[in-house]
Design a protein around this ligand. Sequence first.
Ligand code: NAD
Length: 298
Amino acid sequence: MSKTIGFIGLGIMGKPMAKNLLKAGYSLNVCDLVQAAVDEVVACGAKAYPNAKEVAQNSEIIITMLPNSPHVKTVILGENGVLEGMKPGTIVVDMSSIDPTVSIEIEKEVAKKGGFMLDAPVSGGEPKAIDGTLSIMVGGDEEKFNEVKDMLLKMGDSAVLVGKIGSGNTCKLANQIIVAMNIAGMCEAMVLATKCGVDPERVFQAIKGGLAGSTVLNAKMPMVLERNFNPGFRIELHIKDLNNAMAAAKAVGMEIPLTGEILEMMKALDGKGEGKNDHCGLIHYYEDKEGVEVKRLS
Ligand code: NAD
């Protein structure tokens, strides 16, 4: 019989991921601060508990999918948190994107209680969370990774053990730098084309099969053309990731100037109240300066 899973954090990503586990036949115990999200997953067969402690008391594997390091600390180490209810032998799989040093810190506390922890952030965004085709990057013990790999592959189509605890999140920082640069490149290029009087949709059609083509371009350019900035992945979450990347670079004495530049652009938009837009909303940074709009002309 498959193990009972506790799933904490049913937001844009967590909700479809939890639903895919239910569809695959797992028993799921859930909690979230948002009652509507809990109700939706309960309607698909999950059991709700009022807090992380009670979820942990009734589960053998715990998945967390929360916004950032402080939320993960609260849910795992805090009052009525996972550690208070967790049985020895429990595997905690934190799938949030957080500071790798915090993953290392939390793992030590989980180990003191006889549990195991993996950091397993994901890439692919909401569409791939819904399809169950996320890319999952994992840090931690190989034996524990092998124990949960089949379960991870119900939410993703790849799960790669990158290294020891914290490595999953270091890998995710690399991922987020590359995504940010793809988006910024797309925005800069498409605003330039528009300002030069060329139809941005035709530019997209012309280049998407060439070397400039990318998953980012295919996912985000249609959103820009439709002027749809609903997240997806919020600018404020990307700011969090790039801040974590800057801290990781500082810790090893490296400069990451391109990341710093895009971080400042995103912060400027956040300061104007646009932090809850999808990260393709970075286009506004250029559009506002240049007085053009990248949109479908026909
Ligand atoms: P979200 O804000 O939509 O969801 C987070 C959920 O956590 C919310 O439902 C919130 O109520 C819940 N939560 C917060 N504190 C809690 C607590 N103390 N107890 C219980 N529940 C609590 O965020 P998201 O977009 O689902 O992202 C989650 C993580 O995944 C983030 O680290 C993000 O960077 C990462 N991520 C997001 C995407 C994306 O496209 N949205 C893609 C890849 C990775």
